[in-house]
Design a protein around this ligand. Structure first.
Ligand SMILES: N[C@@H](CCC(=O)N[C@@H](CS)C(=O)NCC(=O)O)C(=O)O
Length: 216
């Protein structure tokens, strides 16, 4: 059954799902919704997701939203390569690491928030970038502290197996780079990111190699 992913090159949440699909070896078709042109507000997309946010994944008559629940759906539907630890404590840690960025940092830098800073409070582009860097840097510090100090990280965020946490953390680093945030104090996070990006599943999902991405 065909999998359709509605996404956009720059969308970090779409990147997470794209990488998960690749890790699972699942074929999919991507339908581009150009956030820079406001296509998320068009009537056709409104029917898919009234939140006007990417990604949306369609499969087997289902229409799924929110990157982490989508990834958990893929993980449960195709459990061969598991993206969550077998133990409850491990799953809680992996989800907590992921949510530092997906629930706390990333939501503050998405287009609707940056646009509202401009329209409601007159914040200019430089101010919006400073805002984004502030929240991304706080996320980076929290993630690095956890990776460095709780004794569970290995080659990847949770031991030596790729999990949901890696999908989220790599998207955090890619986002931080897009906004030129500060990653200098995060060696553990950077090391696992490079390890993941050396894998085809992540490399092929990277925002900068998608259709519509700037050439350099
Ligand atoms: N928490 C959501 C994030 C959804 C989200 O905000 N997506 C962004 C792109 S990464 C978007 O579509 N933004 C549109 C907008 O802000 O107008 C998830 O992880 O899927």
């Amino acid at each position: 059954m065909t999998i359709v992913l509605h996404g956009f090159w720059r969308s970090l949440a779409t990147f997470r799902v794209r990488a998960a699909l690749n890790l699972k070896g699942l074929a999919y078709r991507e339908n581009i919704v150009d956030l820079s042109k406001g296509e998320q507000f068009e009537a056709g997309f409104h029917q898919l997701n009234a939140q006007h946010a990417l990604p949306v994944l369609e499969h087997a008559g289902l229409r799924l939203t929110q990157s982490l629940p989508i990834i958990e759906y893929l993980d449960e539907t195709w459990p061969q390569i598991s993206l969550l630890p077998a133990d409850a404590e491990g799953r809680a840690r992996v989800r907590a690491l992921a949510q530092i960025t997906t629930a706390d940092a990333h939501p503050l830098v998405v287009p609707r928030v940056r646009n509202y800073l401009g329209s409601a409070f007159g914040v200019d582009e430089e101010g919006k970038m400073a805002w984004a860097r502030h929240w991304l840097d706080l996320g980076t510090a929290a993630i690095e502290d956890r990776l460095a100090n709780d004794g569970v990280a290995g080659c990847y965020a949770h031991g030596d197996q790729i999990t949901l946490a890696d999908l989220a953390l790599v998207s955090h680093v890619v986002g931080a780079r897009l906004f030129q945030a500060n990653l200098a104090q995060a060696p553990k996070l950077l090391a696992l990111t490079e390890r993941c990006l050396s894998l085809e599943a992540f490399a092929k999902a990277h925002p900068l190699v998608q259709v519509g991405a700037p050439a350099a």
